[in-house]
Design a protein. Structure first.
Length: 548
């Protein structure tokens, strides 16, 4: 593509030759922004509101009159973008006249030179027909005259040709778009909703071909389609913002998997100030429900990202490519990871100071509020809960937690024992190097020592209760115990109660749960604020960072 400098309102100048894609949801002001771009630049604009109905016979007019009619349609879009443009008949006539003029001139030159006439292969009309054949190999476009038709190549010779008005929406769209691209006289081609009336694969392939047709032009696309956006190679991607301006959202070569996750087709976070990744599955589990309720404003977009590694990858990946539109942060559980593993950090990701998010509901303050809400004595409920936990974690359940913590440490030990230097040309030598590393580790002795250390730590957590207990013991199991103490059928019932408490509409102002979300300037008292401090985000706790 040719190098073309483009001025984008609210963003500035973009120099270069790669495509530009402006992405935004329906109703975000994309078309108004496109009109501003058209007024600030020399642009050949293709409206999203376009009629592709082709008359049986095309208009026979002089070239300047045809171009004047096409320009009037462009001016119509600039002033009234909601009114469909109707230039397809003039477009096709222009291409046919251009084709005829070239043939006539070549013929005259051959007569004057008294030479044979070389085949003409490079008119815009021929290039249009070649493109059509590549996209629709079973259809032949016959528009050399002013009564265009299409021939089916996969049918009997006796089958009659059909007129362009009998084409499918996709066929007519391809015909119109190709003609508009070929007829463009400016170096910047602006296309509003390039995927409209085309199958997703067809739209990607067509615009790949269109960009090749006009290497002398630069393309600017206005779309809400993420798949199309990601199909543009080396594109500069912007998003629409309130006020008919654009802002960079991610740099070139962003991993498509991350982009898809962030800019998912159904819920695009175009107005989010921050993007929050956490461990969980979309639409499943307590974490997804809890964070969706906690971050109930439009400024924070929450994304369940699967496991711990996925959260790290998403946050670090976006930091690497440079996301300008929002702050990117993440939260991971402590789980059974060792202290040394928890110290391995990724900028922007905080480790919850509890085993998992369900553990938050077992915090003494939350338990007291739940007990009071249910008309129970808060002190009695907490003591009963601790007694239940101590009885439960005595025997096999205790051994299971200790074993999980030891296994996590052993995995970390083994991971550290192996490195690339142990790989040799000889397979036997490689095996020997690995065996020596394991021998040097003395895994059995270290494992035994780990069991001693972890058993003491787990037993201490069970006895003392409080935060240490919530760090060590799995929160889902604790929540099951607590629900029974509170007289509930199961943990899901308890979780639902807490989720409802985050919506003030479901609570009376005198309800003990009303204080938990802190809408009375007490939100910092919520346990998650104490257990998930975000030092990487202005050193403010979760409530201050995300719910102001």
């Amino acid at each position: 593509m040719a190098d073309v400098k483009i001025n984008i309102p609210g963003f500035g100048e973009i120099d270069g030759h790669s495509p530009i894609v402006i992405l935004g949801p329906n109703g975000s002001g994309k078309t108004q922004l496109a009109q501003k771009i058209a007024s600030d630049n020399q642009v050949s604009a293709i409206s999203a509101q376009r009629r592709t109905w082709v008359d049986e016979g095309l208009p026979v007019q002089e070239e300047h009159q045809l171009r004047s009619n096409m320009q009037s349609q462009q001016n119509r879009w600039r002033e009234h973008s909601w009114q469909p443009t109707e230039e397809i008949n003039f477009l096709l006539s222009t291409l046919i006249q251009d084709h005829t003029n070239i043939l006539t001139r070549r013929n005259e030159e051959a007569i004057e030179a008294e030479t044979s006439l070389d085949p003409v292969r490079d008119t815009k009309l021929i290039r249009l027909q070649d493109l059509w054949t590549r996209l629709f190999p079973k259809r032949k476009l016959e528009i050399s005259g002013f009564f265009p038709k299409v021939r089916r190549l996969d049918a009997d010779d006796e089958m009659p040709l059909y007129q362009l008005r009998q084409m499918s929406d996709g066929e007519r769209t391809v015909l119109y778009m190709a003609a508009r691209v070929l007829a463009a006289q400016e170096q910047l081609i602006l296309v509003d909703e390039p995927e409209l009336h085309m199958h997703s694969r067809l739209s990607v392939r067509f615009w790949d071909e269109a960009e090749k047709l006009r290497p002398d032009c630069r393309f600017l696309y206005i779309t809400h389609d993420l798949n199309f956006t990601m199909s543009r190679r080396d594109a500069t991607v912007l998003i629409t913002r309130p006020g008919d301006v654009a802002e960079a959202v991610f740099a070139q070569n962003i991993p498509s998997s991350i982009a898809m996750e962030i800019l998912g087709a159904a819920t695009l976070p175009f107005y989010a100030k921050r993007i929050f990744f956490f461990e969980g599955e979309p639409g499943r589990g307590f974490a997804s429900e809890f964070f969706a309720a906690w971050f109930d404003g439009v400024e924070t977009f929450t994304i369940p990202s699967g496991n711990r590694a996925s959260v790290f990858a998403a946050v670090s990946g976006l930091a690497t490519v440079g996301l300008a539109a929002a702050d990117v942060i993440g939260l991971v559980d402590r789980d059974y990871y060792s202290d040394s593993a928890l110290r391995v950090s990724v900028s922007g990701v905080t480790v919850l100071d509890l085993h998992e998010i369900e553990s938050v509901l077992c915090d003494q303050q939350v338990v007291a509020a739940l007990a009071e809400h249910l008309g129970k004595d808060t002190g009695s409920v907490w003591r009963s809960f601790l007694d239940c936990v101590r009885k439960e974690y005595n025997g096999q359940n205790l051994s299971a937690v200790v074993a999980q913590r030891v296994r996590s440490r052993v995995r970390e030990l083994l991971d550290g024992a192996f490195n690339g230097g142990q790989i040799a040309t000889s397979l036997e030598q490689t095996c020997s190097n690995h065996c020596k590393s394991l021998e040097a580790l003395d895994v059995p002795a270290k494992t035994s020592a780990m069991f001693t250390e972890e058993s003491q730590r787990v037993q201490s957590a069970v006895i003392t209760g409080g935060v240490e207990m919530l760090q060590i013991l799995p929160g889902k199991h604790l929540l099951g115990l607590l629900s029974r103490i509170l007289g509930m059928a199961n943990a899901s019932q308890l979780q639902s109660l807490v989720i409802r408490s985050l919506d003030m509409r479901h609570l009376g102002t005198n309800d003990p749960l009303f204080a938990l979300p802190g809408r009375r300037s007490k939100r910092h008292s919520w346990p998650i604020c104490r257990h998930a401090e975000y030092s990487s985000y202005h050193s403010r706790p979760i409530s201050g960072s995300f719910r102001e």
